[in-house]
Ligand binder design. Structure first.
Ligand SMILES: NC(=O)c1ccc[n+]([C@@H]2O[C@H](COP(=O)([O-])OP(=O)(O)OC[C@H]3O[C@@H](n4cnc5c(N)ncnc54)[C@H](OP(=O)(O)O)[C@@H]3O)[C@@H](O)[C@H]2O)c1
Length: 306
């Protein structure tokens, strides 16, 4: 923890007083610089390029730059800072007006802060990469995590039949957010079953491509969202080859921060179609504990820092 000056917004920015932010796996990848690729993608070969990390924020506008027309002090807002200098783990941050979404009064700061990375990743992975259609069967591996808990609910909203894979202690929560079938991976290996899926969204990376392929419908799609680095590399390299050789499609997903997609997810929250699962709340001085807690894999859904 450090005391720093409150930043001054440039002409096109607003100063946001952050009321809540959520923690993501990306935060500890960036903090540690592992896997090494993140140093090349985000800069900061020896140390993090950005001194204040954290990407998902919800808060209220404190001051606006002179070109800002659509926001005023007091407005409640949400944003993903990952392409704009990070800075969520602080009391104040300057944010370009162009990436800000207005937070509806009915959505809490905590719920809104849970959504930018995990909610938009789930939406884009299902809808864009996965091309999910109503009536299809989707399997979500890693369903109890930040991305997974959004993915279960968004897949249901899109009209899919959802099979969720998680550990024993998290089955009840995953069932409560709408999963049609829940598989406890400590008891059952879904890749050994006779069931087939139109889409597998993989937020855990627990199996090989060959194992996933076994339970994909002949024209099914597999989307790798996250998991161990070796699984990521395999999906990245072998996916395109397998896709060319057969009718099943294998893709590696990369989140593209997008204001319209964030606005869409926030609308789902406001309408009650999606309710973020928030496992634990920490205070701002406890950011290290919050990150440690997430990294240990104990969280169900999102970890929020208020
Ligand atoms: N590609 C992108 O743009 C993008 C964007 C966001 C996140 N990600 C990545 O996506 C992954 C998931 O993110 P997240 O925020 O959801 O992380 P998270 O909150 O840590 O969730 C991961 C979940 O995986 C579950 N899990 C662990 N081993 C499993 C197994 N063998 N089978 C099934 N589930 C298992 C864990 O729950 P249990 O206790 O139930 O095992 C955990 O809740 C991370 O690797 C993250 O870096 C990628």
């Amino acid at each position: 923890m450090d005391e720093v000056e409150i930043p001054t917004p440039s002409d096109d920015e607003v100063l946001v007083r952050v009321r809540a932010r959520s923690v993501n796996a990306g935060d500890w990848h960036l903090m540690r610089g592992t896997p090494f690729l993140v140093r090349l993608v985000y800069g900061g070969y020896r140390n993090p390029k950005f001194p204040v990390l954290g990407v998902d924020i919800a808060g209220h506008v404190d001051a606006v730059g002179k070109n800002v027309a659509g926001l005023k002090p007091g407005d409640e807002v949400v944003a993903d800072l990952s392409e704009n200098g990070f800075g969520a783990f602080a009391e104040y941050v300057c944010v370009p007006e162009t990436i800000i979404v207005t937070k509806p009064a009915g959505v809490s700061f905590e719920a809104a802060a849970a959504a930018p990375t995990a909610g938009v990743a789930a939406l884009q992975a299902l809808r864009d990469s996965g091309q999910l259609q109503a009536g299809e069967r989707v399997l979500i591996n890693g369903a109890s995590g930040g991305v997974g808990t959004f993915a279960v609910q968004i897949a249901k909203f899109l009209g899919a039949t959802v099979t969720a894979v998680c550990s024993t202690g998290k089955m009840e929560i995953v069932r409560s957010i709408g999963a049609d079938h829940v598989i406890d991976y400590t008891q059952e290996d879904f890749t050994e079953s006779a069931n087939q899926y139109d889409l597998i969204l993989d937020a855990a990376g627990s199996h090989s491509m060959r194992e996933y392929a076994r339970v994909l419908h002949p024209t099914g799609r597999y989307v790798f969202v996250g998991g161990p680095t070796r699984r990521f590399v395999t999906a990245l390299l072998a996916g395109p080859v397998l896709s060319v050789l057969g009718r099943k499609r294998f893709q590696t997903f990369m989140l593209k921060p997008d204001r319209d997609d964030l606005a869409f997810v926030i609308e789902l929250l406001d309408a009650g179609d999606v309710e973020p699962v928030i496992d634990r709340r920490f205070g701002l001085p406890e950011v290290p504990e919050a990150i440690r807690y997430l990294e240990a894999g104990r969280a169900t859904g999102k970890v929020v820092v208020t």
